[in-house]
Design a protein around this ligand. Structure first.
Ligand code: NAP
Length: 455
């Protein structure tokens, strides 16, 4: 499939990009490999200057970068601006902290001297999704460039202008040719890149299906991978929760990015005594969303990322209904709108036999469950193939922490919807993947923890 920008608000094709040939791919991999030889020899201060400059450029021209996101995948412009700011913060965070995170560690040994140093491993390959076109790249590129690795990136085929903008950003910030390389490549070429001996490790953010294919190929080549995959995060509301706060976060957790976030709140698990009042307020708030041009700051409901994404979500809701779910509100596309607009939707009565029970809903569709108590809430939260994030609402923080420890995910947020910040490790367990991005943990994934022993 060609790399193509299509505005999901009106279906207009904005630009199409050719995939590169195998010969061009070879040239790019060779440039990256040669660049690694030089880049690994630069100091933290030199690498930090490039990343800090890139962050500064994002802050100088946020509108220019944000508009590309909104044009290509439909995000509300205010949220696109937020993503640009977060991406700049990630660049700055690693520019400032990488040296400390990777400082050599002196070991206690009965004889001689021993230390562990963190060396870069080479050219890394990233495969990235469209839902946060810059943030996803920042999470992968910033720590790894600071560690002395270089990166080649296959971005999602629906956000090629964002992919190009990031490559230009890095070049403008002073990164040498080959430090950051954008690849417009086919899936067959993805396999070739993974097989290439110059590639030392692979990071993918995306669906379980793509993760399984890329991880398997990498495994055949004995290459380390990190996998940031899908999620179906539980949003648990206990009887002692602050209801208004819970509803406010339920709305931002489900509706942010039009519901297209891996850590979006997807399964609302509310104890019986709170269920009716929660639902009433949640539904009232969802009814206030108004579709419109995502470039307009007054719009509150953005389109989904593509017409295909909308078709898939509508089909998924229909499947849930066939399986016995009830539609409390919404349930289909918004008629009379040219763009890929989905009605805010709430589904109830989802039994274990319903396919929806185990699926991820990537859009503004909330699955609602009533439970008797906290034990039932934890059991339901854990009854999922996914293990990415989740939220617990209670005014008893110690109780919240106890529950958080029993939830089988990589992240649990007490009294808030999931959020991401440079200093917080991001990643999951089970089918949500493995490895961590961001924080000190994110820079340790692709370094060689080298022992140096002096006798
Ligand atoms: P996707 O279809 O898996 O695409 C992600 C990336 O993988 C794209 O660059 C895509 O390229 C590529 N890809 C897809 N199939 C491939 C294959 N067979 N071989 C090689 N590359 C392949 O996922 P998406 O629909 O864009 O994103 C939504 C999914 O990502 C959701 O499940 C979401 O939860 C998950 N996600 C997870 C995280 C996290 O951090 N855990 C963050 C964001 C999103 P093309 O675009 O060319 O198909």
């Amino acid at each position: 499939m060609a790399y193509q920008s299509t505005n999901p608000y009106n279906g207009k094709v904005l630009q199409t990009f050719e995939q590169i040939s195998d010969a061009q791919l070879e040239e790019k991999l060779q440039t990256a490999s040669s660049c690694f030889d030089a880049w690994r020899g630069t100091s933290f201060a030199e690498r930090s200057a490039v990343l800090a400059r890139a962050a500064a450029i994002l802050r100088e021209r946020p509108q220019e970068f944000a508009e590309l996101i909104t044009l290509e995948m439909g995000k509300l412009i205010q949220q696109s601006l937020g993503e640009v700011a977060l991406s700049a913060a990630i660049l700055d965070y690693y520019a400032e902290h990488a040296e400390q995170f990777l400082a050599p560690e002196k070991l206690t040994t009965p004889r001689g001297e021993a230390m562990v140093e963190s060396s870069p491993i080479g050219v890394l390959f990233g495969v990235e999704p469209w839902n946060y076109p810059y943030y996803q790249i920042a999470r992968f590129a910033a720590p790894n460039l600071m560690a002395g690795n270089v990166v080649v990136v296959k971005h999602a085929s629906s956000v090629p202008q964002c992919a190009q903008a990031w490559e230009k950003l890095m070049s403008e910030a002073g990164a040498p040719a080959g430090a950051y390389t954008n690849l417009f490549i086919s899936k067959e070429q993805v396999a070739k890149v993974i097989d290439d001996p110059r590639i030392r490790a692979v990071a993918l953010t995306g669906s379980e299906a793509a993760g399984a294919i890329v991880a398997a190929r990498s495994g055949q080549n004995l290459k380390k991978t990190t996998m940031e995959l899908g999620g179906s995060d539980a949003f648990i509301v206990l009887e002692d929760a602050d209801l208004d706060k819970a509803v406010k976060h339920a709305i931002s957790g489900r509706m942010g990015n039009s519901g297209q976030a891996c850590t979006a709140s997807k399964r609302f698990i509310v104890v019986e005594s709170m269920a009716d009042s929660f639902l009433e307020k949640f539904q009232a708030a969802l009814e206030g969303f108004k579709p419109g041009d995502p470039m307009d700051k007054q719009t509150t409901l953005a389109p989904l990322s593509s017409a295909e994404a909308l078709d898939n979500l509508v089909e998924q809701v229909e499947g849930a209904v066939t399986g016995g779910a009830k539609v409390l509100m919404g349930g289909g596309r918004i008629d009379g709108q040219a763009g890929a607009f989905m009605q805010p939707t709430v589904l109830t009565d989802i039994d274990k036999g319903n396919p929806a029970y185990h699926q991820e809903f990537f859009g503004p569709v909330a699955l609602f469950f009533r439970v008797l108590d906290e034990n039932a809430a934890v059991a339901l939260a854990n009854d999922s193939p996914f293990g990415l994030g989740g939220s617990v609402f209670t005014q008893d923080i110690e109780r919240g922490k106890r529950l958080a420890r029993r939830i089988d995910t990589g992240m649990v947020f007490i009294n808030s919807a999931a959020s991401s910040s440079p200093e917080l490790p991001f990643g999951g367990v089970k089918n949500s993947g493995y490895g961590r991005e961001l924080s000190g943990a994110g820079i340790q994934e692709f370094v060689n923890k080298k022992l140096i022993k002096v006798s």
